[in-house]
Design a protein around this ligand. Structure first.
Ligand code: FAD
Length: 379
């Protein structure tokens, strides 16, 4: 005999930072279930990031969401995390002579004025002593940026969800979704569940999940990004070096526990999958970073890749599907899903609870139109 479906108020698919964050923010009055296909939450993109918070990084909507997230990062709810979620780490944009216009464009953005300082080439080399003096022509330092303790953030949300009475079920791949009595019936490897509200936080798989539910896709494109930890000679003060980013994002590197995290800033289109690092992308990263610095990279300690998923305008999508009542999109966070998670989680939960845009975000200029699905049809 088949078991009766278990009822919930909200089912969230995906236990990355997006799904767990939104689920946690729904509070204790909702019966919330998170379904995750892997045996551990955070296995895909959330566990593979560079862990950076920089309000200067990304497009206008992303920057606004990052600004709106800062307060949660610096003052999370009592008991959320044992240690600070942010550790200061400058974010240094560097430009060669032929890239000056791009740096100028970044520097002229109004919302950079708060934490951005224009640096001469010599000053940039003082902040990042590995840079070649004849490589860098212009630079901008975002001194308000930080490293994020991604694990603590994700675990903090998971604990908050459990305290609220919510559940995360792993090994629970969703295989079919159907409309049922005006809500959603979800078939998964861990059983059958029903809820009036279904949140699609399936990361790179979000379009596939929508297709299972018969909901129109949003044109999500997963792009692979590669990273590695490399061994470098120990330098005095290296723990305080900024993350250094080519203004066209053709490479970046930052200190990470005595090593350097490097990336070629690749964006290779991919199907949703368990992404793996490509040797050619790693070789490109080494080549670009060696040209910009005095480094001679000989040993790679570890390597990985993850999928950053974008829609056409590269802003996240958070809103109800116009063609399917009760189906909520929380996808397309691209390369910013950790640093925007506090604001996006709160925003998503408020929408799901019918409360509109949280006042402080509306005051900052965030509109539902900037995050909703409808905007995509105009692109
Ligand atoms: C190399 C790299 C560097 C990055 N650096 C930064 C950074 O410095 N700062 C920053 O803010 N962001 C960064 N990002 C981006 C950030 O990691 C992502 O935006 C964020 O993790 C996306 O979270 P998510 O929850 O949407 O996706 P995911 O973490 O991928 O979670 C989606 C989950 O859905 C599950 N799922 C999918 N389909 C199903 C199904 N059918 N049934 C059940 N479960 C399903 C998946 O298993 C997965 O666990 C980086 C990403 C990469 C790859």
């Amino acid at each position: 005999m088949t078991q009766a479906p278990q009822p919930f108020d909200v089912i969230v698919v995906g236990a990355g930072i997006a799904g767990v964050g939104a689920a946690a923010q729904l509070g204790s009055r909702q019966r919330v279930l998170v379904l995750e296909q892997e045996s551990q939450p955070g296995y895909h993109t959330t566990g593979r990031s560079a862990a950076v918070f920089a309000e200067s990084y990304g497009g206008a909507t992303v920057r606004l969401l990052s600004r709106a997230s800062r307060a949660f990062f610096t003052q999370p709810p009592a008991g959320f995390a044992a240690d600070a979620l942010l550790t200061p780490r400058g974010f240094l944009f560097v430009a060669r002579d032929d890239q000056r216009a791009e740096l100028e464009a970044l520097a002229s953005q109004g919302d950079m004025l708060g934490t951005g300082i224009r640096l001469s080439a010599a000053q940039a080399c003082e902040h990042m002593p590995l840079l070649r003096r004849d490589y860098v022509a212009d630079a901008l330092l975002d001194h308000g940026a930080s490293d994020i303790d991604v694990h603590a953030l994700h675990q903090g949300y998971a604990a908050m969800l459990r305290r609220n009475g919510g559940r995360i079920l792993c090994d629970a791949r969703v295989t079919a979704i159907e409309r049922h009595h005006g809500g959603w019936r979800v078939y998964s490897a861990a059983g059958m569940f029903e809820a009036p509200l279904l949140v699609n936080a399936a990361g790179a798989w979000a379009d596939e999940l929508a297709a299972l539910a018969g909901v129109a896709r949003i044109g999500l494109q997963p792009l692979r990004r590669t990273a590695a930890l490399v061994d470098v000679p120990r330098h005095d003060g290296m723990d305080r070096w900024p993350l250094t980013l080519d203004i066209d994002e053709d490479f970046y590197f930052k200190p990470d526990a005595g090593r350097l995290l490097i990336s070629p800033g690749d964006e290779t289109p991919s199907e949703p999958c368990d992404a793996v690092a490509d040797e050619m992308d790693l070789a490109i990263a080494v080549d670009r970073i060696e040209r910009a610095t005095t480094l001679d990279i000989r040993r790679m300690h570890s390597r990985w890749a993850g999928l950053r998923s974008f829609v056409a305008d590269r802003s996240p999508v958070a809103g109800f599907a116009p063609d399917a009542p009760g189906f909520f999109w929380l996808a397309g966070q691209g390369g910013y899903g950790i640093q925007t998670a506090p604001a996006l989680s709160r925003y998503a939960a408020a929408q799901l609870l019918g409360r509109g845009t949280p006042q402080e975000m509306a005051d900052m200029g965030l509109s539902a139109a900037a995050l909703g699905v409808e905007r995509l049809s105009a692109l």
